[in-house]
Design a binder for this molecule. Structure first.
Ligand SMILES: CSC[C@H]1O[C@H](OP(=O)(O)O)[C@H](O)[C@@H]1O
Length: 345
């Protein structure tokens, strides 16, 4: 990949600015938790696993800056740091998973000195980023077994290195199949309105010489109906206990079209994206983002001023449209409720 999505360096957090891609590869430095929260909310960094890492590093930055004479004061202020980060985006469960993991480390070491707790939180945040690399490679290995030689794989949004700590989930499957010499090619949905496919997925795959064709979202059905798509692989932001999956808006449409055309539709995600507390996808919170993301592209207005806009950033694909869910622990299909519970352990 030769880019870094996010990195802890010299007691600061370095992130590539994804709003400037593909035109500019710019790295920003963040020294406080509030600016990390703003980066998550503004999609400087985005993608479920990536914002989980960013939130964890934000907690570590916040803990470092807390001024407290007592543990009670420290932990009360740490709670506020976590709340600010938790309020950035509601759908990707990885964000809350990362924050809760950091809270557990702090709680488990409540008996230590404050500076020791701060150091342990920094190490945990770095560990989460490092673990994600391994997790995504394992997702790739499992998922590549589902990708036939010479396949044309359609993907939606960006579930790539930019959405994780570097290797990707859906793009991890694609990378692993490519690295295994399967001569695959990719059709990438542009993914309106934020254009993660056009701006990020195409950028990632072209850098690695993976043959990629960019299409507008409304073309996916056309190519499926003409037999040009072998399978679909997408990421996820939250997977309910029954397998219903929240992912970027438009994923549901791709899944229904895939079913209609008898094309396998796969979801690739780490087990940290599972939310087994939710029985089904109807309870997954769906983020609504600013109207300007729909009415403007790169600051250029493409709709009449004042037009009414809805901008749900995710939709939920019912499990019946999902052929299999690929995780770092293996592949689940069929009875998702029991399969996901087993694979999550
Ligand atoms: C492995 S990334 C999962 C998921 O996150 C993206 O959403 P966003 O770009 O708004 O953060 C997209 O839904 C990806 O599939």
């Amino acid at each position: 990949m030769s880019f870094r999505t996010i990195e802890w360096r010299d007691d600061a957090v370095i992130m590539i600015d994804q709003t400037l891609l593909p035109g500019q590869e710019v790295y920003n430095t963040y020294s406080d938790f509030r600016s990390v929260a703003e980066a998550i909310q503004g999609m400087i960094i985005r993608g479920a696993p990536a914002i989980g890492v960013a939130a964890a590093m934000g907690v570590a930055l916040g803990a470092r800056d807390i001024i407290a004479d007592t543990h009670e004061s420290f932990f009360r202020q740490l709670e506020n740091v976590c709340d600010v980060l938790a309020r950035t985006r509601p759908t990707a469960v990885n964000l809350f998973w990362g924050i809760e993991r950091m809270k557990r480390v702090a709680e488990a070491n409540r008996d230590k000195k404050l500076d020791q707790i701060r150091e342990l939180l920094k190490k945990e945040a770095i560990r989460i980023e490092e673990e994600d690399q391994t997790i995504c490679h394992n997702i790739g290995k499992w998922g590549a077994t589902l990708i036939p030689e010479g396949a044309t794989v359609l993907t939606h949004c960006n579930a790539g290195g930019l959405a994780t700590a570097g290797y990707g989930t859906a793009l991890g499957v694609i990378r692993a199949a490519h690295e295994a010499g399967k001569n695959i090619q990719v059709f990438a949905d542009e993914t309106r309105p934020w254009l993660q496919g056009a701006r990020l997925t195409a950028w990632e795959l072209m850098r690695e010489g993976i043959p990629t064709t960019l299409i507008s979202d409304n073309m996916a059905g056309f190519f499926m109906s003409r037999g040009e798509i072998t399978c679909c692989v997408v990421g996820a932001d939250r997977i309910a206990a029954n397998g219903d999956t929240a992912n970027k808006i438009g994923t549901y449409s791709v899944a229904v079209l895939a079913k209609e055309n008898n094309i396998p539709f796969y979801v690739a995600a780490p087990v940290s994206t599972l939310d087994l507390t939710l029985s089904d996808g109807g309870k997954i919170p769906i983020e609504e983002r600013p109207a300007s993301e729909v009415t403007h592209i790169k600051g250029i207005e493409i709709a009449p001023a004042g037009v009414r806009v809805r901008n749900p950033s995710f939709d939920v694909t019912p499990a019946r449209y999902i052929s299999a869910i690929i995780t770092e622990n293996g592949i689940v299909s069929g009875d998702y409720r029991s399969g996901l519970r087993k694979i999550s352990c």
